[in-house]
Ligand binder design. Structure first.
Ligand code: IP8
Length: 301
């Protein structure tokens, strides 16, 4: 009887310490920008090197016991179709249904390729689509049930030891019939509900610059603080170089990153795919050696 009790105590403590270790492992939400994993100017073309850089960072982070939830944008898979049929603005186009379906075909095709790259690296990645479980109440505003469903799907996948891979999508919308739900909004909603250790936006440049990075004299901003009102501590001049981008370009991305920082209190890193800083950030570093860290004013670090 005493031996049985001792065994039970041993099993119980092994199980609780495993659970504790799992819940204490860093949780990182990684947004792969369309500009990092696709060639934005060429229709439906992957940026193989950019994707490979991110896949190896996630592989190393998972090997180091981090839990990683991935979200990716559409890049050259979907923005062009969404733009042609005006899907972000609703159902005014006479053939919006065709445009909605074609946009989804492209983003899910990209999701299939991204998941494939993770699987090839030995990671148990599972594609998770916002449509049809999720809809928006207004553009970029998730219906309450949709936000809860996404967070629940991500949590269940992570608890099962899987790597969920969400993507920006075309969704039905209560205010205008249909809309585009960007990967940045998804990242924001998942971060608010999952409270990650940190959030990482992977880009095709080293971080956020004070002006477009190709402009003479552009300076990389290592730290940006965000006030409770969403105002940034530093002025950032942006320019949208991609006419097809239906979700607002860099300005919208910085706003989403800032909102994540304010809502979660966690640092948000903007790093380049394949860089050392990318590997560090994806592994859960609070202060990677490069890139830009966006954090709420008053947050530690
Ligand atoms: O590239 C857009 O997601 P994003 C998804 O993260 C589309 O803005 C175009 C269907």
């Amino acid at each position: 009887m005493r031996a049985a009790l001792a065994v039970a105590v041993l099993v119980y403590s092994a199980v609780t310490s495993a659970l504790l270790r799992d819940t204490m492992a860093p949780l990182v939400i990684v947004k792969l920008g369309g500009s990092a994993i696709t060639r934005k100017a060429t229709h439906a073309t992957l940026n193989e090197a950019g994707l490979a850089g991110v896949v190896s960072a996630v592989r190393a982070a998972v090997d180091g016991a981090a839990r990683v939830c991935v979200v990716h944008g559409a890049g050259s898979f979907g923005h062009m179709e969404a733009s042609e049929y005006g899907i972000a603005a609703g159902t005014a186009h006479p053939e919006w249904r065709t445009g909605f379906a074609r946009t989804r075909q492209q983003v899910t095709r990209l999701n299939h390729l991204v998941v494939g790259a993770f699987l090839d690296a030995g990671l148990p990645a599972v594609g998770c689509s916002p449509y049809p479980a999720t809809s928006t109440a207004a553009p970029q505003v998730l219906a309450e049930a949709g936000g809860a469903a996404l967070a629940q799907a991500a949590t269940a996948a992570l608890e099962a030891g899987l790597v969920p891979v969400f993507h920006g999508d075309a969704v039905l919308d209560a205010s205008q019939g249909c809309s585009i739900l960007s990967g940045d909004t998804l990242t924001q909603v998942l971060s608010e509900r999952l409270k990650p250790t940190c959030c990482v936006f992977v880009a095709d440049v080293d971080g956020v610059y004070d002006r477009p990075p190709a402009d003479p004299g552009a300076v990389l901003l290592r730290d940006i603080r965000v006030g409770a009102d969403g105002k940034l501590s530093t002025r950032v001049v942006t320019r949208n170089d991609h006419a097809h981008d239906v979700t607002g370009g860099l300005e919208a991305k910085i706003a989403a990153a800032a909102a994540v920082g304010v809502a979660t209190g966690a640092p948000v890193h903007v790093v380049k795919a394949g860089s050392e800083a990318c590997a560090e950030a994806v592994a859960g570093s609070l202060r990677p050696s490069g890139g830009t860290t966006i954090a709420a004013a008053g947050a530690g670090g």
